[in-house]
Structure formats: C-alpha cells, structure tokens
Write a protein that binds this ligand. Structure first.
Ligand code: NAD
Ligand code: DAU
Length: 361
C-alpha cells in the first residue's frame, strides 16, 4: 500500500485533496497528514475521515526537523505532497517573518528529511519516491490588462508580495534539489482556488459570509484586478495526475481558464445568493449591491493573474472541469450546509483579525 505524507492537510486545499484521494483510491492508499494547526488549520475539515484506519494525523511544525525526520524514520513514505504554508497575501504584508519561516525554512526541512530518507548510498534515490511541491502563480508577478498575456512555465519569476517572494524562494530550493541531487520532485504553480473549507480571509468566502450577515463587502482599489479562479477539486485532481503521470523534475502550471475581475466575482456571488435563498429567507432583503464598499487598495496589489494551462493539458490530459457558475453554486451550497463551520472559524481570533485588517480601510 502506497503511503502519502501530506503537509498542511488541515487547511483549505490540503483537506480537499485528502478527501479527493480517499474518494479516488479508497483503502488502497495510506495518508499521514502533518499540520501545525495554525489559525488556518482545522481538524473539523477532516471529521468524516478521522477514524479511517489508513489515515493518521500528526500535529507538527514543518520547521521542526526532529519531528519531521521521526515521521520519515517510522514510516516508509512513498509520496510527499507539500501544501503547508502561510498562504494569505494581506497577512504577509503585515507580518512577513512567519512566511519566511514556514514557507522557506519549512520547505528546506521537508526537502532535507525526504532526501535523507530516500537517498541510496550511491546518491541515487529509491525507486518510486516522489515529492510534489504545491506553489502558486503569484511567483510570476503581475500581468497587464491584456487578454493575450498569460503565465507559462517559462515565464521568469517576479514576485512582489512577501508571500509570493517566500513561495518563489521555496520553489527555487526545490529546483536546486532537483538540479543538484536529482531529487525526485515536481513543482505545480496554481491559480486562485475556491470551494468548500476555504478560510474566510480570502475573497470568495469572505464575501459570501459578509453578504449573508449584511456586512459591507470590501473591494480593494478599483475592483478591476483579475484573478483566474479554479474549483479546488479540479486542483486536487491535477496534483494527483502530476504525481501519477507527470515527468519528474518538471513544473506544471494549473489554471482555471476563468479570469474575472474582483467586482465581477462579487456581483456573481450576490446574484447567486439571491437565486439560491428561498423567498422566505429574511437575509434576501439586504443582499444587494449597496453592500459593496470600495476601500484602500492592497499595497503592491498585483493587477492580473492568468495561467495558460497548455502544458498540463497537452502532456497529461488535465483540464478544468467545473464551470464557475456551477462551482460557485456548489461552494455557496456547502456554506449553507455548514453554517456551524463558519461560526466556529469566525469566532475568537477571526474577529480580531478582521478588526485589524479592515478598520482603517
Ligand atoms: P491554508 O492557509 O488554507 O492552509 C495551510 C495549512 O498549512 C493549514 O492547515 C496550516 O495549519 C498549515 N501550516 C501552516 N504553517 C505550518 C507549519 N509551519 N507547519 C505545519 N503546518 C503548517 O492554505 P491553502 O489555501 O490550502 O494553500 C495550500 C498551499 O497551496 C499553499 O502552499 C499555498 O501557497 C498553495 N496555493 C494556494 C492557492 C489558493 O488559492 N489558496 C493557490 C495556489 C497555491
Ligand atoms: O493566485 C494564487 C493565490 O491566490 C494563492 O497563492 C494564495 O495563497 C491565495 O490566497 C490567493 O491570493 P490572492 O491574494 O489572489 O487571494 P485573495 O482571496 O486574498 O484576494 C483575491 C483578490 O481579491 C485580490 O485581488 C485582492 C482582492 N480582495 C481580497 C480581499 C480579502 C478584495 O478586493 N477584498 C478583500 O477583502
């Protein structure tokens, strides 16, 4: 039975990936989920699988060399899928250090421990071992408002925020391990994800939550920044395909072919909430464009991201499958069915975060 070590599996994409993998492979795989449970990590995301005999959770920080090497020593790990990171750009602008710690040094620890466990005496690596580093399209910088400009795997790195700089650094470390040691790895650079379990500091769940509560909907700058949105399950499928069929040492860009301005996203959410809520729901009365509030722009705000996922389509046959209209409905339906999840994650520290981040905007 193949054993996966997933880092950051209690977060948004990691938990969706774990669900996807168990749905696809059932009891044919074993997953060890290593997560430090920061504000973004939530074991409620994995409640339905926590008692599976082929699943195990280890609370550990990826910067903790001893804890990580112990996991490798006690288990014959076949695959690493490395999600764990500080992931929010706004937080990186306020507090960059922890981004360097986790995203750069934590990745170095993961690489070192995997290398030590998988390396043969002659410097080659044991058969079948693979490390997948999950990264972002933000490492490529910002595109102009020109529909024909896209990020490709060959686009030079040009990160702007402390978050994207830390992810770019971690990508470089993975590249260095591949080039220097022939360490068996791949890098994936993905566009903006949305879907179930996303923490409401990110645009889509924040807007859904605020709109339902009749709170203002903060739009940074002119609202015309463009992101390329991908349904999270499509990302999980792409990651699995890269590990199954991808060529070692290659980078694959993963994108949704779904570029939208932030203001368009907000309007679609408002329309979809109106469509989905029953007429008897009192919240319908306040869900409208009057909630939209233009606020101070994000510092260094990248204008446009857009991935051309040509390589992964051509080489592996992956394509985004979920149309945005369908994905956003599924996402909103999930939030309707999980009101307690939202209440739990927005109690306590979230209130303080919201106050700090938005009081001056
Ligand atoms: P998230 O913030 O929802 O989850 C991150 C997880 O990592 C949390 O469970 C957290 O507890 C854990 N973690 C953080 N620091 C840790 C540490 N030091 N040790 C162990 N665990 C730690 O993030 P996400 O949105 O699920 O993103 C996952 C990965 O995908 C990240 O590497 C991110 O850069 C990348 N990515 C995200 C997106 C997106 O749209 N969300 C797009 C492209 C790439
Ligand atoms: O592109 C991939 C990246 O997407 C990932 O690497 C990051 O981990 C992930 O957080 C995401 O980064 P963004 O900064 O693009 O996502 P965010 O949801 O924070 O913001 C999306 C856009 O919406 C961005 O242009 C800023 C804007 N925004 C965001 C918030 C939270 C607003 O206008 N108002 C808001 O309140």
């Amino acid at each position: 039975m193949r054993t996966y070590l997933v880092t950051g599996g209690a977060g948004f994409i990691g938990s969706n990936y774990i669900h996807y993998m168990f749905k696809k492979y059932g009891d044919d795989i074993r997953i060890i989920n290593v997560d430090a449970l920061t504000y973004a990590g939530n074991l409620e995301n994995l409640k339905d699988i926590e008692n599976k005999p082929n699943y195990c959770f280890v609370k550990a920080n990826i910067c903790d060399k001893e804890a990580i090497s112990k996991i490798f020593a006690e288990n014959d790990i076949d695959r690493v899928v490395h999600f764990a990171a500080e992931s929010h750009v706004d937080r990186s602008i306020k507090n960059p250090e922890v981004f360097v710690q986790t995203n750069v040094l934590g990745t170095a620890v993961m690489l070192n421990c995997a290398k030590a466990a998988w390396e043969n005496a002659d410097g080659s690596f044991k058969e079948g071992k693979k490390f997948l580093h999950v990264s972002t399209d933000e490492v490529y910088g910002s595109l102009p408002d020109d529909e024909n400009a896209f990020f490709y795997e060959t686009t030079p790195y040009d990160p702007h925020s402390p978050y994207s700089a830390s992810k770019a650094s971690s990508d470089m470390l993975v590249k260095a391990y591949m080039d220097t040691y022939k360490f068996p790895a791949n890098i994936t650079n993905c566009s903006n994800n949305y879907g179930p379990y996303q923490f409401p500091e990110k645009l889509i769940p924040l807007i859904i939550n605020n709109a339902l509560q009749g709170k203002k909907l903060p739009v940074y700058g002119d609202g015309k920044n463009v992101r390329d949105w991908l349904y999270v399950e499509d990302h999980a499928k792409a990651i699995d395909m890269v590990q199954e069929k991808g060529k070692l040492f290659e980078t694959y860009n993963i994108g949704g072919h779904n570029e939208k301005q932030n203001i368009e996203i907000i309007n679609i959410i408002l329309e979809t909430l109106q469509e989905m809520l029953p007429d008897s729901d009192p919240r319908k009365a306040h869900i409208n464009q009057d909630l939209i509030t233009y606020v101070e722009d994000r510092k260094g705000h990248d204008r446009r991201y857009a991935i051309a996922p040509d390589k992964i389509k051509r080489d592996l046959g992956w394509e985004p499958e979920t149309y945005f209209k369908e994905g956003i409905k599924k996402t909103i339906a999930w939030f309707f069915e999980h009101e307690d999840w939202m209440k739990n994650v927005t109690s306590g520290d979230y209130q303080k975060y919201y106050e700090d981040m938005y009081s001056n905007r």
